[in-house]
Design a protein around this ligand. Structure first.
Ligand code: SF4
Length: 412
């Protein structure tokens, strides 16, 4: 099942190689957990020094304008100097956002990181992790763990709280449960991200080459037997969400480098109040997202990433923009209907929440690699920008791998 969507009706996010909302810093490839869909080889001796991290930040600031820096890995909390790394980013006037599995996160550490300038966290939690105490739990059961983190982050305060999870063939059906959970906690959960599982297929229809030489891809962590499903589309995830929530409507996207009509990043923004069942007033439309991105760029010279909770809870004032955006108009109508049913509803805060669906690399039948155009998750390799989802390739082979369709077998 896949959703039909015309990219020309959505706002193309304006992010590009030199001017983006975020960039991706990897201070370490060390991790304290195993995740099935991880792109990095766990290396406990891979912590970068602070001067190496300064050098990576210099590359970002010399090549790219951005609003936030995702501090990822590996797990960045395994780095002994994580608070200093956060402070180094904040001192450059950028928003540090930690991408972590949360295992090493305590309230005390969170307070220390916030003091150092932390602006938000993205917690990766899904059912294909070997997380002690949660091994074998379903995505629905894991919502209890997500809530523990969301409550801790809300208690420390003034931090953006995001969750991401990898979506596999057998967890696709659970996506609406996470969407529903996030809706219920819209006041403390600001972003949810679903990433379609991707992996290079071994024994599949392609051979892999670097500089004209054939390479065996079995060494990179994102190589799997061809039997694994690696073609879940963002529109498949969308259709699964819409089956439960027919109103769910994306407003913006990032296209693929090879296919302008593919949805590599698909973004929905919704407005609502928390509670059981959570009340969603509506979904913002493309004009609102265009206004949000371009106004921020006009005022601050950067595209917006990770708004803070103080901004996101001002959903009622966003409704004033309904003359320019059809999504906001229907959200305003829904808000007024709720207020007419019960005037106390009018007093409730309305919060804004983003739901992002990411569809990483697709290899087209002729071997072309359809990457995210204007990749926000560019990291640094050897002083230049590199796709973080494929960093293992230049590290192992000196360059990104080319995919070449296998020749059809000869019959005689
Ligand atoms: S190209 Fe790779 S690193 Fe860049 S945004 Fe897409 S999945 Fe992430």
């Amino acid at each position: 099942m896949t959703a039909r969507l015309d990219h020309r009706t959505l706002y193309r996010l304006p992010w590009s190689l030199p001017d983006n909302a975020i960039s991706w810093l990897e201070p370490t490839a060390a991790c304290n957990l195993y995740c099935e869909g991880c792109y990095r080889t766990n290396d406990p001796r891979s912590h970068k020094t602070l001067s190496e991290i300064e050098a990576d930040l210099d590359v970002f600031t010399s090549l790219r304008t951005c609003d936030g820096i995702s501090v990822a890995g590996g797990d960045p909390l395994t780095h002994p100097d994580v608070a200093q790394i956060v402070a180094m980013i904040a001192q450059r006037g950028l928003k540090p956002i930690l991408n972590t599995n949360g295992l090493a996160l305590s309230r005390e550490l969170l307070v220390e990181l916030k003091r150092a300038g932390l602006k938000g966290l993205t917690l990766h939690i899904d059912s294909k992790q070997r997380r002690r105490g949660w091994n074998g739990k379903s995505e629905v059961e894991l919502n209890a763990l997500r809530l523990q983190f969301a409550e801790m982050i809300a208690e420390v305060g003034d931090l953006s709280c995001a969750f991401n999870s990898t979506v596999y063939d057998d967890t696709l059906e659970s996506v609406p449960d996470i969407v529903a959970w996030a809706q219920e906690h819209i006041d403390i959960v600001h972003v949810v991200v679903f990433i379609a599982f991707r992996s290079a297929m071994l024994g599949g229809p392609f051979d892999y080459y670097v500089g004209g030489e054939r390479v065996e891809l079995g060494e990179v962590p994102y190589a799997t037997p061809a039997s694994a499903r690696t073609d879940i589309q963002s529109t498949d995830i969308l259709a699964t969400i819409q089956e439960r929530f027919p109103d769910f409507a994306p407003c913006a996207y990032l296209n693929g480098t090879e296919r302008p009509d593919s949805f590599k990043w698909l973004l929905a923004g919704r407005l609502g109040a928390p509670g059981r069942p959570g009340r969603i007033d509506g979904y913002v439309g493309p004009r609102f997202m265009e206004l949000a991105q371009t106004t921020h760029h006009f005022r601050h010279g950067r595209y917006l990433a990770y708004s803070g909770p103080r901004v996101l809870r001002r959903g009622r004032s966003l409704l004033l923009l309904s003359p320019v955006d059809h999504g906001l108009r229907s959200a305003a109508a829904s808000y007024l209907r709720a207020a007419a049913r019960n005037p106390l509803n009018a007093l409730k805060r309305i919060h804004f929440q983003s739901v992002m669906i990411i569809q990483p690399i697709d290899v087209l039948p002729d071997g072309r690699q359809n990457m995210c155009d204007g990749c926000p998750d560019m990291t640094v390799w050897n002083g230049r920008l590199a796709w973080s989802c494929r960093l293992e390739e230049p590290q192992r082979y000196g360059a990104f791998v080319q995919t070449v369709p296998k020749k059809p077998p000869t019959t005689h």
